[in-house]
Design a binder for this molecule. Structure first.
Ligand code: NAI
Ligand code: MG
Length: 513
């Protein structure tokens, strides 16, 4: 990704072929998708003709270009969405659902190519991460496709001579602004429910990961009417800002940093439109001394998303471990992470890929430095740097397990979004709950124990939107996902998310007297 736009005269509007053939060479696919937004069912270059580079973080080589979106592009996309929404919103909810489910089936045929493309542009390992993401995308569409019939209202016993009811209506045009860490999945969890609810959408992809989502869009456009789904690439203030500010956008759904979330919430407040915000986290994991240690260590590796270089909003980046088992836990965790193979994201042997961008790489390094400078802290650096000469300039960071840090240190208070976790010892359950809740964030939390009473108590007292006992799963279709405190507003991934965040309710009274 290169912030300097350049003019490319080559890209011209391109109609979608009738059937897309999966393309397993991600380099060829990246080139074929270069330089386009997807607006009104057509791939088209930016109004200005400008593009920016898409760079593979594992090699630092330019692998493609993305259209440089600005206000003029937003205007075209929102106009297309507004037009298309009129007919889309009139279709029956189940009919829309059937088309969304059909999108899921088409996406399932493209899992491998999508996985390869997202691995190339984000640096996430194919086997451990990118393939999983691509499957979840298809599944999210399958899940929401079945929910058309759930767009129900209520009848109200207001007066026997009147029929009084609430109906759920689409909002109209929904804007979605997505990040780069799981770009296809996070887009799917926004647009599938928005579409089933009868909205048209305008998405802005993250500047670091514009291509795999564009391919998803192409696949969706095999099924959906033109203009119902539109996708722009571009930078935050230049392209995301005009979406939030556009008079015809009736709702914005955002995933990303707290700072950007607040900018978007302010802009939305000026227009009095609703927002959903999925922001960061500093998720605690409590391991009691009666926990199954092997399971807890496996759960720590999974929960910290070391396979995603820790670039996860739910990353278990604060691990509170009972002092009795602290040292054994750290030893086993280190041994496990040491065995993980860091390398080429497209190589099947690779467990851990590269950090997404130079900015993110620098941020992670900076926090590792801050942690090392704390009194009493020890940084255990695990796994080995890749030896492949082709990766010598790649953005690889050895996973770091800190011990001896305090919960009020910067590493434990601020979201790093990298492969850095802190293991801290505690002496009592009460102390652990207090430490876990002593955070500005409240996205996810887990407790590891074989004591049912402790487990139940912790689920009640942990301040987080997503609490798990003896596991650290990622977002699952059907389960509401979203944070409290600085971690955001609203829920995603469930039926509730579709009803609460992508519809508006109308009260209707019919006087039959
Ligand atoms: P960011 O929040 O700046 O970017 C996320 C999305 O928002 C991107 O599409 C970006 O173009 C857009 N954006 C940025 N500024 C905008 C604006 N003024 N108006 C409208 N849209 C705007 O996050 P960034 O810079 O990629 O990463 C910084 C930190 O944010 C990370 O280190 C991490 O801590 C956190 N983050 C959290 C994520 C999560 O899943 N909750 C995902 C990505 C980042
Ligand atoms: Mg940013």
């Amino acid at each position: 990704m290169n912030a300097t736009p350049t003019a490319t005269p080559t890209a011209t509007p391109t109609a979608m072929p009738n059937a897309l053939v999966p393309t397993l060479d991600p380099h060829a696919l990246a080139k074929a998708l270069s330089g386009f937004h997807l607006i009104d069912g057509v791939l088209r270059p930016a109004v200005s003709g400008k593009t920016f580079d898409v760079v593979s973080p594992a090699t630092r080589k330019v692998v493609g270009q993305a259209a440089y979106g600005e206000k003029a592009d937003v205007d075209v996309a929102v106009a297309a969405a507004k037009r298309a929404q009129v007919e889309w919103g009139k279709r029956s909810a189940r009919e829309r659902g059937k088309l969304v489910a059909e999108c899921g089936r088409k996406l399932a045929d493209h899992v491998e190519e999508l996985a390869r493309l997202v691995a190339l542009e984000t640096g996430k390992a194919l086997r451990t991460e990118s393939r999983v993401e691509a499957s979840v995308v298809a599944d999210a569409f399958a899940f929401y496709g079945g929910l058309g019939g759930e767009l129900k209202g209520e009848t109200v016993p207001f007066n026997p001579k009147m029929i009084t009811m609430t109906v759920r209506e689409p909002i109209g045009v929904v804007g979605a602004i997505i990040p780069w860490n799981v770009p296809m999945m996070l887009m799917a969890y926004k647009i599938a429910p928005a579409l089933v609810a009868g909205n048209a959408v305008v998405v802005k992809s993250a500047e670091e990961a514009p291509l795999a989502v564009l391919r998803v869009g192409q696949i969706l456009n095999q099924v959906l009417p033109p203009g119902v789904f539109n996708l722009l690439s571009g930078f935050g203030p230049e392209c995301g800002g005009p979406i939030v500010a556009h008079k015809d956008v009736g709702k914005v759904s955002f995933t990303g940093s707290v700072d950007t979330g607040k900018i978007i919430a302010h802009a939305a407040a000026d227009r009095l439109i609703p927002v959903t915000l999925e922001l960061g986290g500093k998720s605690p994991m409590i391991v009691m001394d009666d926990a199954d240690l092997d399971k807890a260590v496996d759960g720590a590796v999974a929960g910290m998303r070391f396979t995603r270089q820790g670039q996860s909003c739910t990353a278990a980046s604060r691990m509170f471990v009972h002092r009795k088992i602290h040292d054994a836990f750290v030893e086993r965790l280190k041994a496990k992470v040491d065995k993980m193979v860091m390398g080429d994201p497209l190589d099947e042997r690779t467990d851990i890929g590269a950090i997404v961008s130079p900015q993110q790489f620098e941020r992670v390094q900076r926090y590792i430095g801050i942690g090392k400078a704390e009194t009493g802290a020890k940084a255990h650096e695990c796994s080995a740097m890749p030896k492949d000469a082709a990766l010598k300039d790649g953005l690889f960071v050895r996973p770091v397990i800190f011990t001896g840090l305090k919960n009020d240190s910067r590493v434990c208070r601020e979201e790093i979004f990298g492969p850095v976790t802190a293991v801290m010892a505690f002496d009592s359950y009460e102390e652990a709950i207090g430490l876990a809740n002593d955070s500005d964030y409240g996205l996810a939390a887990s407790i590891w124990t074989t004591n049912l009473k402790t487990a139940l108590d912790a689920t009640q007292r942990l301040q987080a939107g997503f609490v798990q006992v003896n596991q650290n799963l990622v977002v699952q279709p059907g389960l509401s996902y979203g944070g409290v405190k600085q971690s955001g507003l609203g829920k995603e991934a469930s039926a509730e998310a579709m009803l609460d965040h992508f519809t508006q309710k109308k009260t209707v009274i019919m006087n039959l007297a």
